[in-house]
Design a protein around this ligand. Structure first.
Ligand code: ATP
Ligand code: MG
Length: 390
C-alpha cells in the first residue's frame, strides 16, 4: 500500500482537445511548483497522482497545491495494489483501526465498470469486513463520524477519508497573458489572482512617483507580486516599474483639477497599451470595481478607456464585487496584511478636492490639448522611465 496525493480536475470544462491541453499545462505547472520536493508526479486522463511524499513535507505541499489554479480537489489517499474485495477490506481495516470514530459509511466509485461487483454491494461488503474486524462500530448513512471512500481502478483501488478544496479554475498559461496594473492597494492584487485562476499568465505594471512616494511603496508592490505568485511557484511574473513623477508634477498644475485623476489614468492606459503591444499581451487588467471611487464610474471608465485603440481589451475582474468580498479574497490569498500597510501609492497622494465622477471624452481631449509638455514627457517616459524587474 502506498500513500499518495490524489488531485482531481474540474470535469465540466474539460472536453475534447481542451482536455489534453488542460492536463498538460496543469502537469507542467504542478511539477514546477513542487520542484523543491523530489516527488514523482504522474498525470492521468482523469486525475494526477503524486508519490514519494515525505510525511514531514505533506503540509507544505498541500499549502502550495491549494493555490494552483486548475486543481479542484486535493486528496491524501492510499493506493492498494490489488483491487480484490477482501484484499481492499483488509487494508481498509488496517488504515482505520487506530482512528477515533464510532460510526462510519463506505462509499465506492467504480472507474472500471467491468469490475464484477457493483458499487453498492462493494460498499456493503467492505462495511461487513470492518464490523467483523473492529469492535463497537456502527454503519450510518447520515451523520457518520468517518466517511471511507474507495475508488476502484482497473488494477488497483484508492482509499481516502477526506478531500480538500483546491483553487479551481484553469491552469496558468492556458488562457493567454495579461498585464495587470498593480498599486499597493487591496483590489489590484485580488484582480491579478482571479485572472491567474482563469488561466492567464500575468505580468505587472506599477506607476511610482518618487520622491512623493517612498521606496517602501515600491517594496510593498514587489512583496504583493511575490505573494500573488507564491514566490514565482505559480507563475514566473515580471514587474514593470514606470516612473511618472514628471507627468504627475505637470498635471498638478492643470487648470481644471477635477480632471487630474482622469487624465493621469489616461496616461496609465496609454503606457500600458504601449507595453501590451511591445510585449504581446492579450489584455490589460485593473482592480477597478464599479462605483468604488470617483474614477470608477462608468463615465470615468469610458473616458479613461477611450485612449486605447479599438481591439485593446481591459479586463476588470472585480467590477461587480463589493469591497467586503474583495477583502475576504485578499485574506485568502494572503495579500491583505501587506495591502493595508500605510505606504501610499501615487494615486492616493494625488487626489484633487473634487474629482469629477462624470468626465466626458470631449472635455478630456480639450484639456489634453493644453498639455503639450505632458505629451512630450509621455514620449520620454516610454523611452527612459520604465524598468523591468524579473
Ligand atoms: P487598488 O486597491 O487596486 O489600489 P483602488 O480601489 O485603490 O484599487 P484606484 O486607486 O482608483 O482604486 O485604482 C484603480 C485601479 O487602477 C487599481 O486597481 C489598479 O489596477 C490601477 N492603479 C491605481 N494606482 C496604480 C499605480 N500606482 N500603479 C499601477 N496601477 C495602478
Ligand atoms: Mg489604489
Amino acid at each position: 500500500m502506498k500513500k499518495l496525493i490524489y488531485l482531481k480536475y474540474g470535469e465540466l470544462t474539460l472536453k475534447g482537445k481542451n482536455r489534453v491541453n488542460f492536463i498538460d499545462c496543469l502537469y507542467r505547472n504542478t511539477i514546477k511548483a513542487l520542484s523543491q520536493y523530489n516527488l514523482n508526479i504522474v498525470k492521468h486522463f482523469d486525475c494526477m497522482t503524486i508519490y514519494e511524499i515525505n510525511d514531514k513535507n505533506i503540509e507544505s505541499i498541500v499549502t502550495i497545491l491549494k493555490r494552483i489554479p486548475g486543481i479542484f480537489k486535493i486528496i491524501i489517499a492510499y493506493e492498494i495494489n490489488n483491487n480484490n474485495l477482501s484484499n481492499v477490506g483488509n487494508f481498509v481495516v488496517d488504515l482505520i483501526k487506530e482512528k477515533n470514530f464510532n460510526s462510519f459509511k463506505v462509499e465506492t466509485k467504480r472507474h472500471d465498470k467491468s469490475y464484477p461487483i457493483n458499487s453498492m454491494d462493494f460498499s456493503k461488503q467492505i462495511g461487513g469486513i470492518i464490523l467483523k474486524n473492529i469492535e463497537n462500530k456502527q454503519v450510518k448513512m447520515n451523520n457518520f463520524d468517518l466517511l471511507i471512500t474507495i475508488e476502484i481502478k482497473e488494477k488497483s483501488a484508492i482509499c481516502y477519508f477526506e478531500s480538500i478544496n483546491g483553487f479551481g479554475g484553469f491552469p496558468v498559461g492556458i488562457s493567454g497573458k495579461t498585464l495587470v496594473l498593480i498599486s499597493g492597494g487591496i483590489d489590484s492584487p485580488v484582480a491579478a489572482s482571479l485572472l491567474m485562476k482563469k488561466g492567464m499568465h500575468i505580468d505587472f505594471l506599477t506607476f511610482i512617483t518618487p520622491p512623493h512616494t517612498s521606496d517602501k511603496a515600491l517594496e510593498k508592490v514587489k512583496l504583493l507580486t511575490k505573494k500573488i505568485t507564491l514566490n514565482c511557484l505559480l507563475d514566473q511574473s515580471k514587474l514593470f516599474v514606470c516612473n511618472i513623477t514628471h507627468i504627475q508634477n505637470e498635471l498638478a498644475h492643470m487648470k481644471d483639477s477635477s480632471y487630474q485623476i482622469t487624465l493621469m489614468r489616461r496616461y496609465f492606459f496609454r503606457i500600458a497599451e504601449y507595453l501590451m503591444n511591445k510585449y504581446k499581451y492579450d489584455a490589460i487588467a485593473t482592480g477597478e470595481s464599479l462605483g468604488q471611487v470617483a474614477s470608477q464610474t462608468i463615465q470615468s471608465m469610458q473616458t479613461i478607456e477611450s485612449v486605447l485603440k479599438p481591439g485593446t481589451i481591459v479586463l476588470r475582474p472585480l467590477l461587480s464585487y463589493d469591497k467586503l468580498e474583495i477583502i475576504k479574497l485578499s485574506k485568502e490569498i494572503d495579500t491583505y496584511e501587506i495591502s493595508i500597510q500605510p505606504y501610499s501609492d501615487c494615486c492616493s497622494l494625488f487626489v484633487p478636492k473634487q474629482p469629477t465622477t462624470k468626465p466626458t471624452i470631449g472635455k478630456a481631449l480639450e484639456l489634453e490639448k493644453d498639455l503639450e509638455l505632458v505629451n512630450d514627457l509621455y514620449q520620454r517616459t516610454l523611452k527612459k522611465y520604465i524598468k523591468i524587474i524579473d
